[in-house]
Design a binder for this molecule. Structure first.
Ligand SMILES: Cc1cc2nc3c(=O)[nH]c(=O)nc-3n(C[C@H](O)[C@H](O)[C@H](O)COP(=O)(O)O)c2cc1C
Length: 204
């Protein structure tokens, strides 16, 4: 079972990294043959998209072309994401969105989409055995994060990207009231644990 984690947090020791660790540890305890690749975007120099539009032309490839020199690095990450059985997007909420760090990477990930008549469409067919996981944390408590629409945009767009990478199912774990690791409510840690048990029981 191949798991790829895209971590958009600026903090290597913050809330999101803590939650990702909990997920990975629980999954490894459940399943021995699990291969994890974690991309901490803060450690990877990636240029901004130049909006040339090359990557979204429909040329029948699994990953569209990008003329930027660092596309060698980006393409390798995108290929790993395509090859994964479980694709995890993990990000804190900043200004009702994913971090700018993750957003920059997502703009470069447009290469897995092409421009259809009604907007971007996934190049890759969905795979019924592939699961996307969206893990977000935010400072607002329950139910404020819902009434203020804090997670609406990031959940919508990350779901679209999971599908673009071939995920048939997309699981969402939202951890509110998470200004620091110390404030985390056990109930959300249990949700992460239960999800890892569920996925650990699947045959990939
Ligand atoms: C610049 C900045 C913007 C933030 N914006 C929001 C926000 O719009 N809504 C919210 O509920 N929390 C917001 N937060 C709180 C973070 O989402 C929360 O503390 C998160 O769990 C931090 O995760 P990390 O330690 O991995 O960075 C913001 C924090 C920062 C530093």
């Amino acid at each position: 079972m191949k798991v790829v984690v895209i971590n958009g947090s600026y903090h290597s020791n913050g809330v999101i990294s803590f939650l990702v660790d909990k997920f990975i540890t629980a999954l490894k305890n459940r399943k021995k043959d699990v291969e994890i690749k974690e991309y901490n975007l803060i450690d990877i120099p990636i240029e901004f998209c130049k909006a040339c539009g090359c990557c979204v032309r429909n040329d029948g490839k699994k990953i569209g072309e990008c003329p930027q020199a660092d596309f060698v690095t980006v393409r390798k990450i995108l290929q790993d994401m395509l090859d994964s059985d479980i694709l995890v997007y993990a990000t804190p909420i900043y200004e009702k969105a994913m971090t700018a760090l993750l957003k920059r990477f997502m703009e470069r990930s447009m290469a897995v989409l092409y421009m259809g008549k009604a907007g971007p469409v996934g190049r890759n067919e969905t795979n019924k055995n592939k699961t996307g996981i969206i893990l977000v944390s935010c400072g607002s408590p329950f139910p404020v994060y819902i009434t203020q629409g804090v997670i609406k945009y990031p959940i919508d767009i990350l779901t679209m990207f999971c599908k673009g990478f071939g995920c048939k199912k997309v699981e969402k774990i939202i951890v509110p009231g998470a200004a620091s690791k110390e404030e985390l409510n056990d109930k959300y840690l249990k949700r992460i644990y239960h999800l890892s048990v569920k996925l650990g029981n699947n045959n990939f």
